[in-house]
Design a protein around this ligand. Structure first.
Ligand SMILES: NC(=O)c1ccc[n+]([C@@H]2O[C@H](COP(=O)([O-])OP(=O)(O)OC[C@H]3O[C@@H](n4cnc5c(N)ncnc54)[C@H](O)[C@@H]3O)[C@@H](O)[C@H]2O)c1
Ligand SMILES: O=C(O)C(=O)CC1(C(=O)O)C=CC(O)C=C1
Length: 293
């Protein structure tokens, strides 16, 4: 499919794309572009066989590259576009894996004046709380969703190419607007991460935290897993999508107030209704999650 795939940011997401693309024979060569401070991680990616070579010079990284996927934290995307601008090639396909799409599109617009037609914004709805190339998995995207958010100016052939690429590595591809993407992901990804960080932070600051954590079990482990996620990545995501996230935080505060009110009043039946509704809603989510078609 591609001669040379260049991944910028060979961490969990970029490393998993590289592994899957290689396993499916979607490119002859995979290279990485990074900064001096990314050298140990890129060196490790070569040792693990995730990439063939890496560069800190964009001219070298772009020579012979026909597909570029940017997999760095969303706050770094504008700097990456600046770095790529002198080498931007109309014959090359470009995409990203950022968790927010409005901010990435804005970053491209700020650098190029308009979003280049051969850049297709994308977001794999798969991941983990772990970071770095050591965490990369060849099957991370198998049976998971991948969202493309092309603009009206995006070249449909570029969209088709990335659609085919992600299908070949096992994802179910959905196409939606940038705005819809950011609204939906704020609810099911961004808000839950904020809640996990807030709860674990609150408990961590309590004097008796050792005692609390010592007796915590599976429930706390499940709820708190995502509070192990990378703070830089989540700082970038939350700031980039704050317009969508803040109203959800307000709704959630109202929801907590309502539960508090029911407890104050000892309203068992309303509490039962509240929990039953949520249990049914989670069942609906599980059915949709297990069948991402
Ligand atoms: N982790 C997830 O669950 C998940 C899921 C879907 C999408 N994403 C998105 O994918 C992207 C990468 O996330 P990740 O979990 O792979 O993070 P990661 O920390 O594992 O990898 C990011 C890599 O980018 C490198 N990097 C950072 N700034 C850079 C720069 N300016 N130039 C070059 N390299 C740079 C880092 O050294 C690191 O190797 C983020 O935009 C994130 O929002 C993450
Ligand atoms: O499973 C996890 O640990 C994740 O955080 C994955 C997760 C999410 O589900 O919120 C995180 C960020 C994304 O952009 C997409 C997926």
């Amino acid at each position: 499919m591609f001669e040379r795939l260049c991944i910028i940011g060979v961490g969990l997401i970029g490393g998993s794309i590289a592994k899957a693309a290689r396993a499916e024979g979607l490119c002859k060569q995979v290279v990485a572009l990074g900064r001096e401070k990314n050298l140990p991680n890129m060196q490790r990616a070569v040792e693990l066989g995730v990439i063939d070579a890496f560069y800190t010079d964009p001219a070298q990284a772009m020579a012979g590259t026909d597909c570029v996927i940017i997999c760095t934290p969303v706050g770094s995307m504008q700097a990456i576009f600046e770095q790529l601008k002198p080498y931007w090639n109309s014959q090359t396909l470009y995409s990203d894996a950022g968790s927010t799409k409005g901010s990435v599109v804005e970053a491209a617009r700020a650098v190029f004046g308009k979003v280049p037609s051969n850049f297709v914004p994308a977001h794999p709805i798969a991941g983990a709380e772990r970071s770095g190339v050591e965490a990369a998995k060849v099957d991370l995207y198998k049976n998971r969703r991948l969202i493309l958010t092309p603009l009206s100016s995006t070249d449909p052939r570029a969209v088709d190419q990335f659609n085919a690429f992600w299908r070949r590595i096992g994802s179910s591809v959905a196409i939606m607007s940038v705005e819809h993407h950011d609204t939906v992901l704020a609810a099911t990804s961004h808000l839950p991460h904020i809640l996990a960080f807030a709860l674990v932070g609150m408990l961590g600051r309590k004097d008796e935290q050792r005692e609390i954590f010592k007796y915590a079990a599976g429930g706390f482990r499940d709820f708190s897993r995502i509070a192990s996620s990378d703070p830089t990545m989540w700082q970038d995501i939350c700031l980039a999508n704050k317009q969508e996230i803040i109203p959800l935080i307000q709704q959630f505060q109202a929801e907590l107030n309502q539960v508090e009110h029911l407890l104050q009043n000892g309203d068992a039946s309303a509490l039962f209704e509240t929990f039953s509704y949520a249990k049914q809603a989670r069942q609906r989510f599980l059915e949709i999650f297990d069948d991402p078609t």
